[in-house]
Design a protein around this ligand. Structure first.
Ligand code: SAM
Length: 469
């Protein structure tokens, strides 16, 4: 149908094809033969095209939906097991020159307090995160070439990686900054970042231009092609996402999957992660206009279908969502969650006062990291702080081919148990420790290979004796 390899992201994710996809989905959503054929293909665990997945999204047949949810659970179990990776966002600066209509950082918001952390303040924030037990961060900044130049981002990453504090060390810094040049992506790559994350916000070009009326972010093509430039700069783990609630969800869903198809076709590796943020009320943002946008049921359906359509991708949910929605989302496909998050600049050292307006959005899940871990363990998930793949250079297609062959399970599980053990020894409350140790004991028995099981048991014993990775 297309020469995907030679097409630019913006050309490939065209309004024409998305509109055709929505029509195709409407025409076929009640056609049992088509639905069964798509579900049969999905059961092979190799993914679906944007057109096929869009038919399932349009379908409202209860029986078929149940099949899809069961399949999403199964695929998640097959590729990711019961491990959930934990991370925290770290807001470095809320200076921003853009005019995004949904974001409180927008340049015209004059009553938000603008803050940019000094390297010393970053050290204090990171030590506070390490004291909770975090090992993996996502740094967040507004776009401002004067206040937040790339040199500031690079210096901050270097600072973060070099903080040794008690038993903590941040082992992976993911970066969520505005679209930039190949040269800057090379610099980020050389600084040793984990995933480069950039949300598309919306794939509808017309809405995109209206929602981003001013500033460099207004340029739809530059934003949409950012992941290609990141790949060109050597970053092979890239994270996609749309901000659900800005535009019609069916449109966004098709666009998101087309973006994943584009990356796979052009770079031989699809998105390392897909995030599913929903727009939240925030300072200077009309809460009526932007607060969640889509129902929880539709949101869950989207999560299940992303899991089915792109089985190998990591899926991320943040504290924009509360406990109940997160619980359902974990079942249906999410593999990474944030915990104990603060969304204001400097929020980990200084408790956010109630009248503080510098948070980027309202956090719905306000539990501590320990409470989140306790909850995960109670639900039967193994909380993981593992960053072994990244540290051993298993990024991009090397990670994906392992994941697609489901081999990642064999090395991930023991690593997850070891990082959980470190957390339990160093940071956990009494109750979490008790539950976590019981979980490790029973999960250890599930490692099929005897040799691997013995090595894992040996490492776990060494962690009890004080050895750290
Ligand atoms: N400035 C960078 C950029 O332009 O891509 C990224 C950093 S921004 C701190 C991270 C993300 O927060 C944005 O990409 C947007 O999707 C999300 N965001 C902005 N306003 C939001 C709101 N009101 N509710 C939920 N998420 C929001």
């Amino acid at each position: 149908m297309y020469d995907m390899k030679s097409m630019k992201a913006e050309e490939f994710i065209s309004d024409e094809e998305i509109q055709a996809t929505l029509r195709y989905a409407d025409e076929n959503k009640d056609n049992m033969e088509v639905l069964d054929a798509i579900i049969a293909k999905a059961k092979l665990g190799k993914g679906l095209s944007h057109r096929e997945a869009s038919v399932l999204l349009a379908c409202d047949n209860e029986e078929k939906l149940q099949e899809i949810y069961d399949l999403a659970r199964q695929i998640k179990e097959d590729y990711y097991g019961n491990r959930i990776v934990l991370f925290a966002p770290l807001y470095l600066s809320n200076y921003c020159v853009n005019g995004c209509l949904y974001c409180p950082y927008h340049a015209k918001n004059k009553h938000i307090s603008r803050k940019k952390l000094t390297q010393d303040e970053i050290r204090r924030e990171v030590m506070a995160l390490q004291d909770m037990g975090h090992k993996r961060l996502a740094i967040e900044l507004g776009e401002d070439p004067v206040n937040n130049p790339i040199e500031y981002v690079l210096e901050s990453i270097n600072t973060i990686y070099n903080i040794k504090h008690k038993n903590g060390a941040i082992r992976r810094v993911n970066v969520n900054i505005a679209a930039t040049t190949v040269e800057n992506y090379k610099k980020l790559h050389d600084a040793g970042i984990g995933t480069y994350i950039l949300f598309q916000e919306t794939y509808n070009k017309k809405s995109y231009e209206e929602l981003h009326p001013t500033g460099p972010k207004h340029d739809y093509a530059y934003h949409t092609e950012a992941m290609d430039r990141a790949q060109e700069g050597g970053i092979d783990d890239v994270g996609l996402g749309v901000l659900f609630g800005l535009e019609g969800y069916r449109y966004e869903f098709a666009g998101l999957l087309m973006h994943a198809e584009h990356l796979e076709a052009v770079h031989g590796v699809g998105p390392h992660t897909i995030s599913v943020p929903r727009v939240k009320k925030a300072d200077d943002i009309d809460p009526e206009a932007f607060d969640n946008g889509i129902s929880d049921e539709i949101f869950e359906k989207i999560i299940a279908l992303i899991r089915v359509a792109v089985p190998y991708t990591g899926m991320i949910i943040s504290t924009r969502e509360g406990k109940t929605v997160r619980e359902k989302a974990l079942e249906l496909g999410i593999s990474q969650i944030s915990g104990g998050s603060r969304t204001s600049v400097g929020g980990y050292v200084e408790e956010e006062p109630d009248d503080d307006n510098s948070a980027q959005f309202d956090v719905s899940d306000r539990r501590t990291l320990d409470e989140v871990l306790n909850w995960l363990i109670t639900l039967g998930y193994v909380p993981s702080f593992c960053t072994a793949c990244y540290r051993e250079g298993r990024t991009g297609d090397r990670f994906m081919s392992l994941c697609k062959s489901k081999q990642i399970l064999n090395c991930c599980h023991p690593n997850a148990l070891m990082t959980l053990k470190e957390y339990l020894e160093d940071y956990a409350s009494e109750d979490t420790k008790k539950k976590g140790l019981a979980m490790i004991e029973s999960e250890l028995k599930k490692i099929p290979n005897e040799k691997v099981r013995q090595i894992a048991a040996q490492h776990l014993a060494e962690i009890s004796e004080g050895k750290r990775d």
